[in-house]
Design a protein around this ligand. Structure first.
Ligand code: KIV
Ligand code: NA
Length: 265
């Protein structure tokens, strides 16, 4: 199989073929998603929430992100694997950002990195790209800034924030980003941005006009109980599926139904 590249993603945008992206954090899931034909697998710092049980993405470390990334890379034969730079691993200065990106690329074998922010981090982005590492931007609701926002509601509803986002998207393109994620912003704004840049724009809660879509895989397969924001389409209810399987297993163990004659040596 031929590996997806940033060049292919660029061509997909140019010919209007939508880009499919999901998060992945472990080998088993990466294998399934890669088999299914996902174009991009994102080792998101949402691992902090859905894998580790933290309330925010802030606590996850660079070492922990690298561990998740190694597992996903081993399961992905075709998908382009992007890894989030976690909170605290790039905000200090561009040298620190470059070192963090290099560690991810070297130690995990991933194909690119993603980091949150616009003008504030553009110098770091340039430095990472200069080193030959593909960078994806992330604007709108940037969860590493949750304590600045105070809430996970829709961003860029007012003109000032929308204007900054549009300027930031152009800056990211100018800096050489191969794509940008727009999270939880009005569909109309996401459409404007997607049409104003030539790099792929991947939306989550950003409407249908983006060049591709991304979701947190645990949310789209219904593993995260009670998390049903408007933008989420849930394709499976694995929470109930696994709960029922586990309860059936308990019954079978307690009733001596498992293991049976054929399930032993
Ligand atoms: O960490 C993550 O899952 C993400 C996506 C929501 C884009 O950054
Ligand atoms: Na993220």
């Amino acid at each position: 199989v031929k590996r997806i590249t940033t060049h292919i993603l660029q061509e997909m945008k140019a010919r209007g073929e939508k880009i499919s992206m999901l998060t992945a954090y472990d080998y088993s899931m990466a294998t399934i998603l890669d088999d299914a034909g996902l174009d991009v697998l994102l080792v998101g710092d949402s691992a902090s929430n859905v894998m580790a049980g933290h309330e925010t993405t802030l606590p996850i470390t660079l070492d922990q992100m690298i561990y998740h990334a190694q597992s996903v890379v081993r399961g992905a034969n075709r998908a382009f694997v992007v890894v989030d730079l976690p909170f605290g691993s790039y905000q200090g200065n561009s040298k620190e950002a470059l070192n963090s990106a290099i560690r991810i690329m070297k130690e995990s074998g991933a194909h690119g990195v993603k980091l949150e922010g616009g003008a504030e981090v553009v110098e770091s982005i340039q430095r990472i790209i200069t080193a030959g590492i593909p960078v994806m931007g992330h604007l709108g609701l940037t969860p590493q800034s949750i304590y600045k926002f105070g809430t996970y509601t829709v961003r860029a509803k007012d003109e000032a924030e929308a204007d900054k986002l549009k300027t930031d998207a152009l800056l990211l393109q100018e800096a050489g980003c191969f794509g940008v994620v727009l999270e939880k912003i009005p569909a109309k704004l996401a459409k404007e941005v997607s049409e104003s840049v030539h790099i792929p724009v991947i939306g989550i809660g950003a409407g249908p006009h983006c060049d591709g879509q991304v979701l947190v895989v645990n949310d789209m397969i219904g593993l995260t109980k009670g998390f049903r924001p408007r933008f989420l389409r849930q394709y499976l209810n694995l929470y109930d599926g696994i709960l029922n399987a586990a309860q059936e297993y308990i019954r079978d163990v307690k009733s001596n139904d498992f293991p049976n004659d054929k399930e032993q040596y």
